[in-house]
Design a protein around this ligand. Structure first.
Ligand code: PMP
Ligand code: GLN
Length: 383
């Protein structure tokens, strides 16, 4: 986590957002929406502050939110979850991931298997846990893993198979056969599945399938999600994990000493959000589908080879089609000069595999249509 000279490295998101601020470039780097979420949710938080929800909430999260999470899991996935023992509210999905890794991993003999490229906190948290990171590559442009490669990496030392679906940074939605193979391997090697499904409501043309709904999935899976993406409240940091009581209790044991609790006025507000009608959730999906289409069309018009995302905020483009040999240089040079910020995919891969991903760039579509239209105009100047 330190640079070679001992200084603390900032995250790629902070660095690239600073570049956008400094240069006035449009920030399609860091994945956060530039518009507020539903008025009912914002109003519920104001109301909660005004009526005194300003002290520590209960350690598991307020009952109303835990019930709303269980209702949501039932409504969308048919899962029956006990709000008393099978769900805990966390400081975003990030804390849930940290708690799960620290709870289930003992030390360096334990391995955590992750699809690569991966969201940046995964490798950092695996390092904090002391475990060894093993990765399975997802390759441009469809980013589905090879099942034999996956099977060759999971073994008796594997403690956790960490899945992220829909996937950041690639925009992939993992095929059902991949999730089934993850479950088969977890059973075979007595591993736990931790699945990060923060983009569960952002899939395009495919339904989201939680690992916990597949045969054999529930009993060894801790499922993580977050309110940030669905309700455009990334700064509120309300997340949660659900699963069998033994797994939930183990992760809670760690979580209580990480933050203890968080976000008391935001918890009732997210409960309101989770109970919004189906039309709200359909709207979230349709809005993002439209935006990723605008972005994809613009990137292609700029001469870039582009992946076809089936979920999340993100689209991956290959800058090699514009003659670039290094995406990091491309992002800091020609792309920023054209007035757009993207993130080199090498920020999401392990050192050993950087060369394989050297020319790929991640773009976030979770911005206002005017911003995307202007970005598309600027991208055209790259040709
Ligand atoms: N997991 C993934 C895959 C993400 O993309 C993000 C953030 N964008 C997170 C976890 C973190 O979520 P939170 O802000 O709820 O901690
Ligand atoms: N998850 C968001 C992204 O991938 C940003 C998260 C962060 O800034 N740490 O862009």
């Amino acid at each position: 986590l330190l640079r070679a000279d001992g200084s603390v490295a900032s995250t790629i998101f902070a660095e690239m957002s600073a570049l956008a601020m400094r240069t006035g470039a449009l920030n399609l780097g860091q994945g956060f929406p530039d518009e507020d979420g539903p008025a009912e949710v914002l109003e519920a938080a104001r109301e909660a502050i005004a009526t005194g929800a300003n002290q520590y909430p209960p350690g598991l999260g307020i009952l109303d939110l835990r019930e709303a999470i269980c209702e949501h899991q039932h409504r969308f996935y048919g899962l029956d979850i006990d709000p008393a023992t099978q769900v805990v509210v966390t400081a975003g999905a990030t804390e849930a991931l940290a708690a799960a890794l620290l709870a289930f991993v003992e030390g360096a003999d334990d391995e955590v298997v992750v699809f690569e490229p991966y969201y940046d906190s995964y490798a950092a948290c695996v390092a904090l846990s002391g475990a060894t990171l093993r990765t399975v590559p997802l390759r441009f442009p469809d980013f589905q893993p090879d099942l034999d490669e996956l099977a060759s990496v999971v073994n008796e030392r594997t403690r956790i198979i960490l899945v992220n679906n829909p996937h950041n940074p690639t925009g992939a939605v993992l095929e059902r056969a991949v999730l089934e193979e993850v479950i088969r391997l977890a059973h075979m090697h007595n591993a736990i599945i931790v699945t990060d499904e923060v983009y569960e409501h952002l899939t395009f043309g495919v339904a989201h399938t939680p690992v916990a709904t597949l045969p054999g999935g529930w009993e060894r899976t801790l499922t993580i999600s977050s309110a940030g993406k669905t309700f455009r409240t990334t700064g509120w940091k309300i997340g949660w994990f659900t699963g069998p009581a033994e797994l939930v209790t183990a992760a809670l044991t760690v979580k209580q000493y990480l933050t203890y609790v968080n976000g008391s006025p935001f918890q009732p507000a997210i409960a309101v959000g989770l109970r919004l009608p189906d039309t709200f959730f359909a709207g979230v999906r349709a809005d993002m589908a439209h935006k990723k289409d605008l972005l994809g069309t613009g990137l292609r018009a700029a001469g870039l080879a582009v992946s076809e995302p089936r979920g999340s905020y993100f689209t991956v483009a290959d800058a090699a089609s514009l003659g670039a040999t290094d995406a990091d240089e491309f992002c800091r040079g020609p792309l920023a000069e054209a007035g757009v910020v993207g993130i080199p995919i090498t920020a999401f891969v392990s050192p050993a595999r950087r060369a394989e991903y050297a020319t790929l760039v991640r773009f976030a579509a979770c911005k206002r249509v005017e911003v995307l239209d202007e970005a598309v105009k600027r991208l055209r100047t790259l040709r």
